[in-house]
Ligand binder design. Structure first.
Ligand code: ATP
Ligand code: MG
Length: 433
């Protein structure tokens, strides 16, 4: 609270949900490990309220921490809580990691349009990084020093969303005990992220359209328009065109919001990102938990690569968080790569492993068309090298090229700014790299 946080206390999961539904957003839920965290996660999920959960408990016992993480908590913090630790979790360094060509193209477009005032529509499946990309656009814009405010249109009941967005005057409705400033005014000079915009009801869409077009809003119960200065970014994991066709979304509003459309591909369509993100999360959670950094074993990497990741980056992140906490040997083995229900990822889907391999192969083929030979060659070389944990000799063998050719290529890529896996040298080929 000394650092400027607002804290609301709730006695139970039910009460916490009621608070969140009421439209009072939260950056973080700190939940006693004694409560049913799994139940809370499931109910938040069902209502599509995305807020990180940090479990807390008086014990410093690793088992309690692991159980909480298994149940869906992002972190475990021992009590009494250390303010710096909470601040670190709440801040959650907003890095955007990518390596795949498909994602690089999206990021490039985002960079190009960040400086403009144009509204941006970000689409992609759940967990693909829409919010991460929205923050990226904001932080690369002239508004970066001003607030970035998020409103989840799906999480807030219809009748409360209007006042959440536009604010209300005292006495505007029963329970409006004081004037309340809405998110449009809170975001003054900055960026407003309208998350899951497709869920907004048509009546409110009309008011939103007016706000965007005329740059003024009306507080609920207010009688004079208030000027607003914000840039709008909207996200949707549904096809808006379809919503328009079904009459659930205004076409004119879609065109207003859709000045630029950033489409984030699902994680399984950007295979090079899987390894890159996996490494990033491994480092992040090792550091956050004060654990030694353990590299992912080759089998663990393979299991990550062939998984379908229906929950996209969010699912990958949770999987690696668990893996980091559960591993104890020299490296993170495939037995630490578990699905949320605790089954081994490589075995849980073992029966259709072959199907996955076929799908992965198809994916690769599909990703080839439209790219130059030089680009594909670079990705093949770098991916193979990563697969070999940086071992040059082994990578050259697999690639069927000489070690000299490989080194020349790597120098070329390094000069172009590509990150090159450092020589690791596996045990049996020590010194060869
Ligand atoms: N490129 C990335 N680099 C690092 N972390 C990422 C990246 N993309 C996503 N994440 C992480 O994955 C999680 C999900 O990302 P985010 O909330 O942006 O997804 P989303 O598309 O908004 O999901 P939803 O549709 O469910 O709201 C977050 O914890 C985020 O930090
Ligand atoms: Mg989101």
């Amino acid at each position: 609270m000394d650092k400027g946080a607002n804290v609301t206390h709730a006695d139970s999961n039910d009460q916490a949900l009621a608070v969140l539904r009421s439209g009072r957003g939260a950056d973080l839920l700190m939940v006693d490990v004694a409560l049913d965290i799994r139940d809370l996660v499931a109910r938040l999920d069902a209502e599509r309220i995305h807020v990180p959960i940090v479990a807390c408990g008086v014990t410093n016992d690793a088992r309690a921490a692991v159980n909480a993480i298994h149940a869906g908590a992002k972190e475990y913090i021992p009590l009494p809580p250390d303010p710096d630790l909470i601040a670190a979790v709440a801040d959650d360094s907003r890095d955007m990691i990518y390596r795949d060509e498909a994602m690089a193209m999206v990021v490039k477009l985002a960079q190009q349009i960040a400086g403009s005032e144009a509204s941006v529509m970000i689409t992609g499946e759940s967990g693909t990084g829409k919010e991460v990309l929205a923050r990226f656009v904001h932080s690369h814009s002239a508004r970066s020093k001003k607030p970035f405010i998020t409103v989840n249109c799906a999480a807030i009941p219809e009748n409360l969303l209007e006042s959440e967005l536009f604010g209300h005057e005292k006495g505007a409705f029963t329970g409006a005990l004081a004037r309340r400033i809405g998110k449009f005014e809170e975001a003054k000079g900055g960026t407003l992220l309208l998350d899951e915009i497709s869920e907004m009801d048509v009546r409110l869409q009309a008011k939103l359209l007016r706000a965007i077009q005329e740059r003024v809003i009306d507080r609920v119960g207010g009688n004079r328009p208030v000027p607003v200065d914000i840039r709008i970014i909207a996200t949707s994991n549904r096809n808006l065109t379809e919503a328009v066709r079904e009459g659930r979304f205004r076409e004119d509003l879609m065109f207003r919001l859709n000045v630029v459309n950033l489409k984030i591909p699902p994680l399984h369509e950007r295979p090079s990102d899987i390894g890159e993100l996996a490494e990033y999360f491994t480092k992040k959670y090792s550091r956050a938990n004060g654990l030694p950094l353990r590299p992912l074993s080759t089998e663990a990497r393979r299991a990550l690569n062939i998984n379908r990741w229906p929950g996209n980056v969010r699912e990958l992140e949770n999987t690696l968080h668990r893996a980091v906490l559960l591993s104890s040997g020299a490296e993170i083995g495939v037995d630490g790569i578990l699905s949320p229900d605790g089954a081994r990822l490589d075995q849980a889907r073992g029966t259709d492993l072959a199907a996955h391999a076929v799908m992965a192969a198809e994916q690769i083929t599909r990703n080839l068309v439209g790219r130059t030979v030089a680009e594909v060659e670079r990705d093949l070389i770098l991916e193979t090298l990563k697969h070999c944990l940086g071992n040059r000799t082994r990578a050259a063998n697999i690639l069927g090229i000489s070690i000299r050719t490989l080194r020349n290529k790597l120098n070329e890529y390094a000069a172009d700014g590509s990150p090159i896996p450092p020589p690791h040298g596996s045990s049996e080929l020590k010194g060869a790299a």
